[in-house]
Write a new protein. Sequence first.
Length: 212
Amino acid sequence: MAYIGQAFSPATISSNILQDSSILESKIANLAVTVNKIAANAVTSAKIEEGTIITGDLADSAITSAKLASGLTLGGITTLTSAALSNSVSTVRISEGIVELGNTHTNPNINLFAGTVFRATLNANATFTVTGANVQAATGVSSNVSSFTLILTNDNVANRTVAFAGGTFRFPGGAASLARTTGAGNTDVWFFFTPDQGTTYFGSQPMKDLLA
C-alpha cells in the first residue's frame, strides 16, 4: 500500500487505480506535468470534460499544426487565429457549401458570415448588399481579407439590371460595373474580394454567358 509522500515506481499508477475527481488542480505542483511524462495518445477528447480547456489555459504558440491530428474536427469554434495555430495551417481538401439565395427580388443580401459561395436567380432589377466582411471585432485581426463567389442566373425575363452596395466596388478598367449576360435563363459567375474588411471590393467575372 502506498502512503503520502512515498515514491512510486514507474507505471505503478494507472487510470483504473484513481477514483474520479481524486486528482485536483490544487494538488498538482506548477510544471509537475510535462509532455515527456505523458504517454503518446494518453490524452484523448473522450477523457477531457466539456469546457475544461479554454483559451486562457493555453500558452501562446502551444498548439501547432504538427500537434493536430489529421482529420481533426473543431466544433463550436467561432474564431481560429494565427495565435492559436502559430501561423501554420495546411489541408489537402476543403469542401464548401453553397448559400442558396433563391429569387433575388430587389434587395438581396450577401452575408459573408453565412458562407463564401452564393447562388441566386435574378427575378427583378436588383441591388446586392454585401455584409459580414468586417470581422475585426470578432477576431482581433486588423487586416482581414474576405472573398466570395456569386453564381447569378437570369429568370425568363431578359435585360434586368444588377448593382452592388455595402462598400466601394471597383472593376477592371475603372468601369462602374461589368457587362453581364442578359439572356433569359443564362448564368454569370462573379468573384469579389476585399483587402480592407469590406471598405473596397474588387470584382471580376471569371465565367460569363453560361447557357441554360
